[in-house]
Design a protein around this ligand. Sequence first.
Ligand SMILES: [Zn+2]
Length: 129
Amino acid sequence: MNDDRWKTLMNSDQHLSKAEYLQGWHWCWNWDGLLVGPGMPELRACQCDTPEINKAKSRSDLLTTSSEVVEMLHKLREEPDWTADTWAAKVSDISRLMDDAAALIDKVAKERDKLYLELEQRKTSEPQK
Ligand SMILES: [Zn+2]
């Protein structure tokens, strides 16, 4: 979804493509019908609940968490005057964020495993040529 496509969709009665729908794009009731999707901060605050939207949310949480961790690590290195206590507090914040990210990755990995299983089932149930 680029800016032009987003504007076109917002200002016409064109429909989302199937690919856009699968990526989690939707007209969000929490945002008065705004077109919301991956990469938009509005997605994190929306309460819509479909598998496609939830997947996009997990992904955006993961990206945000990862960049927060990287940012915090940089800050940690740039503050040589911090006391050991301040360091300890920051390190434990970072560690908590990394645990969140690990839990999200775990969730996503389980979804991926389900997909592979489904793929195997589809392969074996299709008639052989
Ligand atoms: Zn929504």
